[in-house]
Ligand binder design. Structure first.
Ligand SMILES: Cc1cc2nc3c(=O)[nH]c(=O)nc-3n(C[C@H](O)[C@H](O)[C@H](O)COP(=O)(O)O)c2cc1C
Length: 398
């Protein structure tokens, strides 16, 4: 058997994605990370994960690390239907079933802590206004219980609101620990609360949370670290988040969608450098999609490399990677691991497919954000070339 033939890999010359590594206190058997994916299957009034969630994550337990779907840190955080929480005892008990199964199957899973802030909607909050950094309408289109609607002008958070929010993150981290998670990832990406503070169009505060837009994300990191351990804390950022880079499956943008500019990038740089000094477990970077704006491959990697220089801890790269791109960015020393979102939806056995060089199946967008077991736990593992493995449509098109 030729050890260099892609279909007969040996462990000595394992492709970079299959080499073990450490992230914070976690030892990962491979560098294929499952990206956080909201799948909107917790459609029960208590917002608890179910047996379906356990089956879904169990099917994907061979990942080096699973970053679970975004979970609510409190009632005020809610802004999307079918998303489970991590702020009630029922939710903690239900998550224990999920983490227990993932561990029994040899996997690791962290909880992604999510707060929608100004892009929630009164229809999610019993008629109350959402709260954000300032009373500025984000002008986004968001999912509500009554379909997609425009966001409203939120109420500016008071100092007391901010204190309660930081406490909610700390409490959720304690809950994650009790629920058997291996750590937490603080979502400071996309268009949600912490990213709103990092956006000067939305953050017009005159207090210290406005004077320094990195203040709230850092206060949250400190509170969550105190509740557990900084090495169990990851932070997810999307510094380049711009409407034009949205995947086609995302809801359409409003009139004034997020745009990365020199200031948001500089604020992110300052935050990243500070996160390095805080010795967090890892930084999870959602970059721009490959080829976005007609960029060449080298320019795509250069964006990640900037953050590699600013942050000396473990770095997980994301967005539009395939097996070749993932191996290349690790081999180049720019990332320690790579996370895969859409590929993990359709390929529960993604690690094996990478190991064996098999084709990837494409995910069905119609069941990304709902559909019960369909499109959730029924994607088959590879079962031979004769079964007609579909071809993945490629980065940015799923
Ligand atoms: C259905 C779906 C749900 C997602 N949910 C989340 C989420 O809960 N939290 C988050 O930070 N990113 C979320 N994302 C973004 C993914 O984590 C990832 O950044 C994106 O899919 C790009 O990676 P990929 O090219 O490997 O799919 C979601 C993406 C999709 C397609």
């Amino acid at each position: 058997m030729n050890p260099h033939h892609p279909h007969h890999p040996s462990t000595d010359d394992a492709q970079p994605l299959l080499r073990p590594t450490s992230i914070g206190e976690l030892r990962l058997p491979n560098r294929v990370v499952m990206a956080p994916l909201t799948r909107a299957r917790a459609t029960n009034p208590e917002r608890v994960p179910t047996e379906l969630h356990a089956a879904y994550y169990g099917q994907r337990a061979a990942a080096g690390l699973i970053v679970g779907e975004g979970v609510w840190v409190g009632e005020q955080a809610i802004g999307f239907g079918g998303v489970p929480g991590l702020h009630t005892e029922r939710q903690v008990a239900a998550w224990r079933q999920v983490t227990g199964l993932v561990h029994a199957l040899g996997g690791r899973i962290v909880a992604q802590l999510w707060h929608t802030g100004a892009v929630s909607h009164p229809d999610h909050l019993g008629g109350a206004l959402p709260a954000g950094p300032s009373a500025v309408n984000p002008q986004e289109t968001v999912h509500t219980p009554y379909g997609r609607q425009g966001t409203v002008t939120p109420r500016a958070m008071t100092g007391a609101d901010i204190e309660r929010t930081i406490e909610a993150y700390a409490a959720a981290a304690g809950n994650a620990r009790r629920a058997g998670f291996d750590g937490v990832e603080i979502a400071a990406n996309g268009i949600y609360l912490l990213a709103q503070f990092l956006n000067r169009r939305l953050n017009r505060r005159t207090d210290r949370y406005g004077a320094d837009p990195t203040r709230l994300p850092l206060d949250v990191v400190d509170a969550v670290s105190a509740a557990w351990s900084a090495r169990r804390v990851g932070v997810r950022l999307s510094p380049y988040w711009t409407a034009a880079d949205r995947p086609p499956s995302a809801p359409p943008c409003g009139a004034y969608p997020y745009t990365a500019d020199a200031r948001t990038l500089a604020d992110h740089d300052a935050l990243v450098a500070e996160l390095g000094r805080h010795r967090i477990g890892y930084l999870h970077l959602r970059g721009r999609a490959p080829g976005a704006g007609g960029r060449a491959h080298a320019a795509w990697f250069a964006e990640f490399a900037r953050y590699r220089r600013l942050f000396d801890g473990p770095l997980i790269a994301n967005h539009g990677f395939d097996r070749a791109g993932g191996n290349a960015i690790i081999e180049a020393g720019i990332a320690d691991a790579v996370s895969f979102g859409r590929p993990f939806i359709a390929n529960p056995d993604l690690v094996s497919r990478f190991a064996l060089g098999h084709e990837m199946a494409a995910s069905d967008r119609a069941t990304h954000y709902g559909g019960g077991e369909r499109g959730y736990v029924d994607y088959p593992v590879w079962a031979g070339a004769e079964t007609g493995s579909e071809t993945w449509p490629g980065p940015g098109r799923g």
